[in-house]
Design a protein around this ligand. Structure first.
Ligand SMILES: [Zn+2]
Length: 53
């Protein structure tokens, strides 16, 4: 099956990304997890900042 990110035809893993279904190869799924971790916004913190302003 084709990876939905890089398009490479190789075995893929199912990934649930923010409620969307993706099928990514091992490499992309690993990178995706890293990106998600890096971009994960600390919602509680931003709420705290808004109320502070
Ligand atoms: Zn891929």
């Amino acid at each position: 099956m084709q990876c939905e990110k890089c398009g490479t035809d190789r075995p893929v893993h199912y990934c649930d990304v923010d409620g969307f279904d993706y099928y990514l190869c091992v490499r992309c799924s690993t990178e995706w997890d890293a990106v998600r971790d890096a971009q994960a916004p600390p919602s509680a913190e931003s709420v705290g900042r808004s109320s502070a302003l």
